[in-house]
Write a protein that binds this ligand. Structure first.
Ligand SMILES: NC(=O)c1ccc[n+]([C@@H]2O[C@H](COP(=O)([O-])OP(=O)(O)OC[C@H]3O[C@@H](n4cnc5c(N)ncnc54)[C@H](O)[C@@H]3O)[C@@H](O)[C@H]2O)c1
Length: 438
């Protein structure tokens, strides 16, 4: 089967590589010439564990190629996937569908024979029907169907998520499109991974509902964490006790500095917007968005308290700035709120992140980048653990405390605890949802 993938970002590239590993013939297209040049040289433009080897294997096997030219890519393809960005539209919170609709029009103009136009990007309910209208208007003779196939992969574990999904969701309007989609996912179907085949609107809604639910779970525990600090409870124990209830589950119950990333912030905003448009308000999601902003601000307050009320003149070392470990993605990371507050408050900010510098340099002006966490922490007044990379999970805290000007730590991922920090020589330690000391 020949597949074309439009957009080679986190989702398009991983999906294209994995589909080629299923045995399909995949051509990936992007309009960014730098990305395509890199890919043609065998380099992966993003950081995603395992992607380079899988990509090389399938290029070598002749099943995977890259091009700037959409017409070449879709020539003879039975399915064309749209995996372009759907960022928040400036001003109103709506998902910006400019890239999706532009891709749909380009596909329509280039396609010559029957094709299924599959939207993998996260798009508001009703978008697949609009894609169908755009394609039909741009090429009235074309025989085609549309399908919705939202993606649930997590950055940092993307290949495993794609190859061993909890489920695949496919929204279609007829059997012909359903057949093409089931052929594409046959390797997963054969291994008993569940495929939910439904209508277009339900498929679109599943994606937003799932992301909003996960964002709600994180935000709920973050709010509980704030209360834990006030009443003297330990949120880690609370999460553990809650998560053991099978109806609740232990995932997404880790208190932290607020959610960020390429999906939750924009998808919660888009869902809230859809609710407003249909006069069916998403009160819970709207509260989640507001509480998440409060959570990030609450973290800044914590850091300020650890700096005796003012960042001015302090040297602060921040470990981890990507929105989560094992990715270089900085989109809507909590660091983009927290670090500028430190810089703006007059602190000298040092930053260390295993993969974040390339993306982060432009986004975090005025900071100094370090490769080594020990070097970064030396002579600082505050150490902030912001992203829980493995590299920061087993630091020699005695060495760090001994080298700091004033050994104080804000552990915003609850990696360590107060007694470990005290024993290592820290004079102040705060985490999230647990009692610290200062
Ligand atoms: N990143 C994630 O973890 C994730 C997970 C699930 C779903 N999604 C959804 O998948 C979609 C893509 O997300 P992403 O993070 O991969 O985005 P991204 O910004 O990393 O990549 C999008 C790519 O599309 C390219 N592009 C845009 N218009 C194009 C066109 N007309 N022709 C060819 N290329 C074009 C861009 O140059 C870019 O390389 C979004 O809707 C997102 O919400 C993302």
């Amino acid at each position: 089967m020949k597949i074309a993938m439009i957009g080679t970002g986190y989702v398009g590239l991983v999906s294209g590589v994995c589909f080629s590993d299923f045995g399909h013939n995949v051509v990936c297209v992007d309009k960014d010439p730098r990305k395509i040049e890199k890919l043609e040289r065998g380099e992966v433009p993003i950081y995603e564990p395992g992607l380079d080897a899988l990509m090389a294997k399938n290029v070598e096997a002749g099943r995977l190629s890259f091009t700037l030219d959409l017409a070449t890519a879709i020539d003879g393809a039975q399915a064309v996937f749209i995996a372009v960005g759907t960022p928040t539209r400036r001003g109103d919170g709506h998902a910006d569908l400019t890239y999706v609709m532009a891709a749909a029009e380009e596909i329509a103009k280039a396609a010559k024979e029957y094709v299924v136009v599959v939207t993998k990007s996260t798009v508001p309910v009703g978008t697949n029907r609009k894609v169908r209208d755009v394609v039909a208007a741009a090429n009235p003779q074309l025989d085609f169907d549309v399908a919705s196939n939202p993606e649930f992969l997590r950055e940092g574990a993307a290949i495993d998520d794609f190859m061993k999904p909890d489920r695949v969701v496919v929204g279609v309007e007829n059997d012909r499109a359903a057949q093409v989609m089931s052929e594409i996912y046959r390797p997963l179907y054969l291994r008993d991974f569940p495929i939910v085949t439904t209508d277009l609107e339900s498929a679109e809604m599943i994606k937003y509902a799932a992301n909003a639910f996960l964002a709600t779970k994180i935000t709920f525990i973050n709010e509980i964490a704030a209360l834990c600090e006030k009443v003297g409870a330990d949120v880690k124990q609370v999460s553990k006790g809650m998560g053991m209830d099978n109806r609740i589950g232990n995932k997404f119950l880790h208190a932290g500095p607020g959610y960020g990333g390429s999906c939750f912030p924009k998808d919660t905003k888009a869902l809230a917007r859809i609710g407003q448009e249909y006069a069916s308000p998403m009160h819970i999601t709207e509260a989640v968005i507001a509480v998440n902003e409060d959570t990030k601000r609450r973290m800044i307050g914590k850091l300020q308290d650890l700096c005796d009320g003012s960042f001015n003149g302090k040297t602060i070392t921040v470990l981890g700035v990507t929105f989560k470990p094992n990715t270089d993605d900085m989109r809507d990371a909590p660091s983009l709120t927290i670090v500028p507050a430190l810089v703006g408050g007059g602190a000298k900010v040092r930053v260390c992140d295993p993969q974040g510098q390339h993306e982060g340099e432009a986004l975090l002006p005025g900071v100094q980048w370090y490769d080594d966490p020990y070097e970064a922490a030396s002579e600082s007044d505050l150490l902030v653990l912001l992203t829980e990379w493995n590299e920061f999970r087993a630091l020699d805290l005695d060495q760090i405390a001994g080298s700091m000007a004033r050994p104080a730590m804000a552990d915003l991922r609850n990696i360590y605890n107060a007694s470990v920090a005290r024993n290592a020589g820290f004079v102040a330690y705060e985490s999230v949802g647990r009692v610290g000391f200062a």
